[in-house]
Ligand binder design. Structure first.
Ligand code: HEC
Length: 141
């Protein structure tokens, strides 16, 4: 009698198993989808965050915001000459359609622009911000 009851229990478990497996699969797929969506959002970059980072990390040398005064040229001590950093509208015109080249330049800049330690997400954010800048000459910056 006890034996029969145990068998019945096992049968119930066995019948439940495929449903559990299906549910687990659904969760797994949902998790993978979520991860994929997050990765896509990161690749696109957060322009709002990028704007804040650019003001903080670039505006000492570059004119980042339209109302900002053009900063003084930057001394290149190797050659003893000062070089004006291009304003961000010019950078957007040159690199707006080449985010990868822009990313590479910021990561490994030409002297006297300094190399900085970059978190990938921050770098994508700065690139995304630059891509939002108006590049047509008729648009006011
Ligand atoms: C210490 C000053 C300084 C800082 C800070 C700085 N830059 Fe620069 N950057 C320069 C100078 C100077 C040049 C021009 C280099 C040259 O042409 O030799 C330059 C050039 C560039 C260029 C290349 C423009 C071109 O014509 O190809 C890009 C892109 C750029 N900077 C992006 C940035 C970004 C984004 C930041 C902030 C994360 C930043 N820079 C911070 C000084 C700076």
């Amino acid at each position: 009698m006890a034996m029969a009851r145990r068998c019945a229990l096992i049968q119930i478990k066995a019948r439940a198993a495929p449903d559990v497996r299906k549910a687990a699969m659904r969760y797994l797929l949902a998790a993978l989808f979520w991860l994929g969506a997050t990765a896509a959002a990161q690749a696109a970059g957060d322009a709002g965050l990028g704007r804040a980072i650019a003001i903080e990390a670039c505006s000492a040398c570059h004119k980042v915001m339209p109302h900002q005064k053009q900063p003084d040229p930057v001394l290149n001590p190797d050659e003893g000459v000062s070089i004006a950093a291009p304003d961000f509208i010019r950078i957007a015109r040159k690199y707006g359609r080449r985010p990868r080249a822009l990313r590479d330049y910021i990561r490994a800049p030409v002297h006297p622009m300094r190399e900085q330690m970059w978190d990938a997400q921050d770098l994508d954010a700065v690139v995304a911000f630059i891509q939002t800048l108006p590049t047509k000459r008729t648009e006011s910056p």
